[in-house]
Design a protein around this ligand. Sequence first.
Ligand code: C2E
Ligand code: CA
Ligand code: CA
Ligand code: CA
Length: 279
Amino acid sequence: IKENGRDGVGIYAPYMTEKTLDYIQMSSQLRYGIHNEEFTVYYQPQIDLKTNEVIGTEALIRWLHPKKGFIPPNDFIPFAETTGYITEIEKWVFKTVVEQKVKWQKEGYDNFKVSVNLSSKMLTHPQLLAYIKKILDEYNISGDYIEMEVTETAIIDNLEKATDVLKQLKELNITIALDDFGTGYSSLTYLQKLPIDILKIDRDFIKNIQDINDEAHILKLVIDLAHSLGLKVVAEGVETEAQLDYLRKNHCDIVQGYYFSKPLPEADIKTFLENRKTC
Ligand code: C2E
Ligand code: CA
Ligand code: CA
Ligand code: CA
């Protein structure tokens, strides 16, 4: 509806739907948020089922919007990907994570990896490798304790370029995990071709395991297949003891999920690690 109200005519042009307005608003808020450092990183522990130790933490971004409060990544990452802001955000996440890793090492928490999520845009960004090398250099840390999670879709969208980038990341000793396995193409033929070290099975898959149903059978096959290709398996979204038991019984290597811990801010991760030590 066109009104000659106080906003004047022409602001609400017919093609400017509510979505477009949201888009503009979101876009400026995201730009401002990046500039204003409104983001923070939470870390979710990953447990090695053989040793029962924390062997990694996944870095997960949160947006602390000054008015709207806490905005979960699923509400802005897809938008950031289409608008291109994602590269600024992920550069910030990577730097923050490396800085944190160095801090943890100085404090004696030195035996676990930190893994960061890489979007499709970032994976094929021409400056990605130079940026990563620069940060690793700046903080004088090797890639050994860094892991990167990429989705199948991100790789397959640009298979040749992505494969090349992943190989170069591996040359920096960075570990590569294939994220959200079980949700995309999940083409088994790709698994042996991709330069990856870890297969992360999506929560959707883990969620449905009850005793012995089809999902459970498939899960067992996927774990065995991954092992035969020399990959380690991480199960994400583990919430119950039954899921854990099944995963353990079927030789899953690493688990992550609310059963152990939700993603935590930096300060709480330390408490979590201390409490596990004294157990
Ligand atoms: P993801 O990479 O699959 O991360 C796992 C998500 O599952 C996280 O949601 C985590 O909090 C949640 N989760 C972990 N364990 C459980 C569980 O036991 N039960 C349930 N219900 N959920 C569990 P979160 O933090 O909201 O992140 C959502 C997605 O946002 C991530 O999915 C990832 O795709 C994306 N994301 C987060 N940070 C970044 C980032 O820095 N860069 C990019 N590109 N994407 C990111
Ligand atoms: Ca992930
Ligand atoms: Ca995932
Ligand atoms: Ca997921």
